[in-house]
Write a protein that binds this ligand. Structure first.
Ligand SMILES: Cc1ncc(COP(=O)(O)O)c(C=O)c1O
Length: 370
């Protein structure tokens, strides 16, 4: 079976994990600090605060912005559910608007139209690693006095239209390191703060509301256990060290797909989108022709040893978000993408023959085999 995703782990990961094991300091140790330092240096930011997941990074970001009960935040329905849930945790309301056809990111025009009296912020999601229209969204935020939290969980390494790395524009931004991401710690996340005071608060809330100079049973605010272990941080250090090459290999697999899928009738590929060189390759997702039964394609691919996934469903249609009044038909661009997108196997170690096989099996499953 060719899997959908596969982490790239080697001798360096083993070496650093062993170093932590032998040190006996499994949490709040030097490896965690090193991971934060090296991640921040790679991204080109002053500081970064590691967390137990992308979701917990987002949650701390929402709290840092002070978004809560009665507040509305404009965000994307074409996302992973955590980008909306993090608002619900604090009693804030996600106000969904449609995405742009080509990038599948938050449409800045639609976002501007959705700003109302209760709007306090914008939560753009750099979906599938394609940078959202940050310059436009930042201008909107500036005009309306809104805060910004960037969900960059799928976009480590993306570069936006102004040449800035995603997450390095001075907004709060979250990253995630689940095993299918551009780099992994197994589970894990990172939040980029706007200033040192905010960083201290994020670190305190991550650690049960303890300030750095406090004892284990001292707490001066509400906090959570959103810490990441030093074992996971060791993986993070090793992965940051080779992040450039991991990203380059992902881009090269995407190029292989692009070449081999060119002849497939009706199949739209992600590289066809303009500005695709800005993308950090998280997944390789094609859009199938409308008359194709996607479930049937997935079934045929599994039979032939190729994993694939309907990716992504629209999040406004999940039961707990429908409760806010959301329904089918409200966001036609996002809903069309949710209906015809298919994620294909995609990971840095993917061999040319594997890409070739996936493409042949996809062609066969679509009745276009030779
Ligand atoms: C867009 C987006 N936001 C948030 C998350 C949440 O990250 P995690 O699974 O690490 O909590 C993910 C990862 O799955 C994601 O893709």
């Amino acid at each position: 079976m060719i899997p959908l995703a596969q982490p790239d782990l080697g001798a360096r990961e083993e070496e650093l994990v062993l170093e932590v094991l032998r040190s006996g300091q499994l949490s709040l140790g030097p490896m965690g600090e090193r991971f934060e330092r090296e991640f921040a240096a790679w991204l080109g930011v002053e500081d970064a605060v590691m967390t137990s997941s992308g979701t917990t990074a987002l949650h701390l970001g929402v709290r840092a912005l002070g978004w809560g009960e009665g507040d509305e935040v404009v965000t994307s329905p074409f996302s992973f559910v955590a980008s909306a849930n993090c608002l619900l945790y604090e009693g804030a309301k996600p106000v969904f608007v449609d995405v742009e056809e080509e990038t599948l990111d938050l449409d800045p025009g639609a976002a501007a139209d959705a700003v109302g009296e209760r709007t306090v912020g914008l939560l753009p999601v750099h979906i599938f690693g394609f940078p959202a229209a940050m310059p436009e969204l930042e201008r909107l935020a500036e005009r309306q006095g809104l805060g910004i939290l960037e969900d960059a969980c799928e976009a480590l390494g993306a570069v936006d239209s102004e040449g800035a790395k995603v997450g390095a524009r001075g907004n709060l931004a979250s990253f995630a390191f689940y095993a299918n991401k551009q780099m992994t710690t197994g589970e894990g996340g990172m939040i980029v703060p706007r200033d040192p005071g905010e960083a201290a608060r994020l670190r305190s809330e991550r650690n049960q509301g303890r300030a750095v100079d406090m004892g284990w049973l001292d707490h001066d605010r509400l906090g959570f256990n959103y810490r990441l272990s030093d074992l996971a941080a060791a993986l993070g250090v090793a992965q940051v060290e080779k992040l450039d090459s991991l990203l380059e290999r992902r881009a090269s697999v995407a190029r292989m797909y692009e070449e081999r899928l060119a002849g497939l009738e009706g199949v739209r590929t992600p590289l066809a989108a303009h500005g695709s060189e800005l993308r950090s390759w998280f997944v390789y997702t094609v859009r199938l022709p409308q008359d194709v039964n996607r479930d049937e394609v997935i079934r045929r691919l599994v039979e032939r040893g190729v994993a694939s996934k309907a990716y992504l469903p629209c999040i406004h249609l999940f039961p707990h978000l429908r409760e806010l009044g959301y329904r089918e038909g409200q966001f036609p661009v996002a809903e069309a993408a949710a209906a015809d997108s298919l994620a294909l196997p995609f990971f840095p170690a993917m061999a040319e023959e594997q890409v070739e096989r996936v493409c042949q099996e996809l062609a066969a499953a679509l009745g276009q085999g030779s």
